[in-house]
Design a protein around this ligand. Structure first.
Ligand code: RIB
Ligand code: CA
Length: 315
């Protein structure tokens, strides 16, 4: 039995989700068991097509299962067309799609895979948490075989979809409440961390010298993503949110975390969807349910990105 970290990526590709998949699929420390998709950056149909296109182009042969088309309780927020475009993955041009979906629903895939694994599985959600929460509710026994949930979401400072809330959490706050209160340790890559992973033009230029299919896809993705991030938020470099989850799995030392109690605001008010992180441990009666990322070793992060882009077929 190998000692690879078994993971499932639950995502809404999304340019940054696509890079997270690229980092995980060929890394020798990781066994990517499957990819599940959820409504978020774009509609479920579009993000699922995007996941299929990325995996077809990069010859990533793992099950891809479609999940929830919206949040569990409320209506979905608008898709992030401003950032990811009409397709959800504007920029790259893919060959006609022939790769097929696995027929299982994402929730059932997560349950079957976790229950069927002879060692613990790590869940890596990089979109709204609807599929993950539903799997926990449908089959609570999966909690016994999940070692960690390493997710992109939340912020202990400023949000990006409201002043208080980050998109993935806000999009299905009730689902996030289920996940953060399930008892399995959550490693939270919030905006406080991911806004340190700014993909400046010089980073794109550096990766353009990686003459593999993944190197080319990274450049095609980032040329669009960085343009929309600058246009929308004024960022000189787009924050590459989702890959920080996989970078943490590959090299935990590249990210400093702080243990604390985190709860989700599901009251429906101005701060709905906020991750209320007890940064100064004020609520001493509450169990610390999360490791919240606070500092990124930026140089090491981009080295990890470059090293993993090199693991794919040459152009
Ligand atoms: O707020 C950033 C998150 O929302 C990222 O995961 C991005 O892909 C979108 O899903
Ligand atoms: Ca995402």
């Amino acid at each position: 039995m190998n000692d690879k970290r078994r993971i499932i990526i639950d995502c809404d590709p999304g340019h940054d989700d696509a890079v997270a998949i690229m980092l995980a699929a060929r890394n020798p420390k990781i066994e990517l068991l499957g990819i599940t998709t959820v409504n978020g950056n774009q509609t479920l149909e579009k993000v699922t097509r995007n996941a299929l296109n990325v995996c077809q182009y990069l010859n990533i042969d793992v099950p891809i299962c479609k999940g929830l088309a919206g949040p569990i309780v409320r209506t979905a927020p608008p898709v992030e067309e401003r950032v990811h475009g009409d397709s959800g993955l504007d920029g790259p041009v893919f060959d006609p799609l022939t790769k097929e979906l696995d027929p299982r629903h994402a929730v059932d895939f997560i349950i079957e895979t976790v229950m069927g694994s002879d060692k613990p599985v790590t869940l890596v959600p990089t979109g709204p948490l609807s599929n993950v929460a539903m799997a926990m509710r449908k089959e609570p026994r999966i909690l016994e075989n999940i070692d960690e949930i390493v997710l992109m979401g939340g912020a202990y400072q400023h949000g990006n979809v409201t002043p208080a809330a980050e998109f993935n959490i806000y999009a299905d706050a009730e689902a996030a409440h289920v996940v953060f209160s399930c008892g399995v340790p959550v490693v939270m890559m919030g905006l406080d961390l991911t806004r340190q992973a700014l993909c400046y033009p010089e980073v794109v230029e550096r990766m353009s010298h990686v003459k593999t299919k993944a190197g080319k896809l990274f450049v095609d993705l980032m040329n669009f993503f960085c343009m929309t991030q600058k246009r929308t938020f004024g960022w000189a470099g787009g924050p590459l949110h989702d890959p920080t989850t996989v970078a943490y799995l590959i090299e935990p030392s590249c990210i400093e975390t702080k243990e604390m109690f985190t709860e989700i605001d599901i009251t429906g008010g101005q701060s709905h969807g906020r991750t209320n992180c007890d940064f100064f441990n004020l609520m001493t009666d509450k169990e610390k349910n999360s490791k919240v990322a606070v500092k990124l070793d930026v140089e090491k992060f981009w080295d990890i990105v470059e090293e993993n882009l090199k693991l794919y077929e040459e152009l």
